[in-house]
Ligand binder design. Structure first.
Ligand SMILES: Cc1cc2nc3c(=O)[nH]c(=O)nc-3n(C[C@H](O)[C@H](O)[C@H](O)COP(=O)(O)OP(=O)(O)OC[C@H]3O[C@@H](n4cnc5c(N)ncnc54)[C@H](O)[C@@H]3O)c2cc1C
Length: 398
């Protein structure tokens, strides 16, 4: 700021979005602390795909080497038909994409990605075991109260606290996230169990009526195959939104599918089952000195593989906006600029993710044949068609 002091920022939530924002804000010269409810930084779930629009940001935050050690670089995305395995679309994701967009496409084990982010940020500025329970904006400070009795204040508070965000609830009132009608089986297979299949380093997506199946390598050195089976279901009646599942149930759900899919499911040691929730776009992401980012404000179905990538972009744009604040009174205006820059793009991806549920799960018939014909022509995945997504520079978005 103009008077030489750094603007203080409290980031609530130490997930992919919160940690990226913390790194970007710190790089922009702000005085940042992270408050995470869990006793340790960690991620549930297994694999995650991170596209060049997000890796570009992580590289600029100094993480290129850490990502290269931990990530897997797929050479292509391969979309296939559910029963006979016929290729519907195959597009390059490796050197071509990196050359076109100046950053690689990666697959990570989530724990590896979070470890890379966490290692880049000072540990003494991450306050674990702090669950935000309430907050109030008073004059030019935001006071945050935690379940362990600690109260802090800061000039800015960022709610990066995920789909069940307490910060969002304080801003817009209680509202349950929406069950999307999809559940996901997730699990990992050790590479040695699959050695006889000589599987390529690609992101595979098998599409069929009412469900699809995704798999890709994760873990430095391709140690594990990450498998995700997504099925349509009318309701989710369990209390928790994630629970232990049975491999035999997953196999039964993929009866009649290509032997490769069934072999992968059968090789799972264990599986977890998730209910997939999203939210409608929020009317606003900011209120005074408080702003939301990541799943807290734009939770989306994973069918564009962009939820975390958009959270990462949020952090970069937030830093670009807050890094230029030169007077106390500019904070709310800077947060509004952040929202204006980010919301249309994140909303578009929320909508595209929902639309892909229909597109990936078409029953066999004329509409599916029309979809396959579009895909056979290269469809929407050419370098030019994807430039708006992968070529975006969120640091410049302000
Ligand atoms: C099956 C599946 C596959 C996916 N695949 C991809 C993919 O390939 N690519 C991609 O980009 N995205 C993918 N996503 C989406 C991605 O996982 C999320 O968008 C992303 O993890 C959101 O990050 P976040 O930091 O906003 O929230 P979260 O990861 O939910 O982190 C929120 C953090 O806040 C903490 N917290 C919550 N409440 C409080 C509180 N009151 N006080 C303090 N701390 C709190 C939590 O403990 C957590 O650490 C997928 C999602 C699913 C379900």
């Amino acid at each position: 700021m103009a008077d030489g002091t750094s603007l203080s920022v409290a980031v609530i939530g130490g997930g992919i979005g919160g940690l990226t924002a913390a790194l970007a804000l710190r790089q922009a010269g702000l005085d940042v602390r992270v408050f995470e409810q869990a006793p340790a930084l960690g991620e549930i779930g297994a694999g995650i795909q991170i596209s060049p629009n997000a890796t570009r940001i992580l590289h600029r935050l100094g993480l290129a080497e850490a990502l290269a050690v931990r990530g897997v670089r797929p050479i292509a995305v391969h979309q296939r038909r559910w029963d006979d395995g016929r290729t519907l679309l195959r597009v390059a994701l490796g050197a071509e994409v990196e050359a076109a967009f100046g950053a690689p496409y990666y697959h990570f084990h989530r724990a590896d990605l979070l470890a890379a982010l966490g290692a880049g940020f000072p540990a003494d500025r991450v306050h674990l075991g702090h669950r935000l329970v309430d907050l109030d904006e008073r004059h030019d400070r935001v006071e945050a109260r935690f379940d362990n009795g600690v109260t802090i204040d800061s000039a800015v508070l960022i709610g990066a606290d995920g789909i069940h965000s307490r910060v969002r609830e304080r801003m817009t009132g209680p509202e349950r996230p929406r069950f999307t009608g999809c559940i996901a089986y997730r699990g990992l297979v050790p590479a040695q169990r699959l050695a006889h299949l000589d599987l390529e380093v690609v992101a595979s997506n098998w599409m069929g009526p009412g469900q699809h199946f995704v798999h890709y390598w994760v873990g430095g050195g391709r140690r594990l195959m990450n498998c995700v089976g997504i099925l349509e279901r009318d309701s989710w009646t369990r209390e928790s939104w994630t629970d232990r599942g049975e491999v035999s149930d997953a196999l039964a759900a993929y009866a009649g599918w290509h032997p490769r899919v069934r072999e992968l499911i059968g090789a799972l040691e264990e599986t977890f089952i998730w209910a997939l929730f999203d939210r409608d776009p929020l009317p606003s992401w900011t209120e005074g000195r408080v702003a939301l980012l990541g799943d807290a404000c734009h939770a989306m179905l994973p069918f564009m593989a962009q939820g975390a990538a958009q959270a990462i972009e949020d952090g970069a744009t937030l830093a670009a906006c807050l890094g230029r604040v030169d007077a106390k009174d500019d904070v709310a205006a800077a947060l509004r600029r952040y929202e204006a820059a980010r919301k249309p793009r994140a909303t578009r991806l929320q909508e595209m993710s929902r639309a892909n549920k229909m597109r990936f799960h078409l029953p066999d018939g004329p509409t599916q044949e029309a979809r396959d014909a579009v895909m056979a022509s290269g469809g929407d995945r050419s370098i030019d068609a994807i430039r708006w997504l992968y070529g975006h520079d969120a640091f410049q978005a302000d």
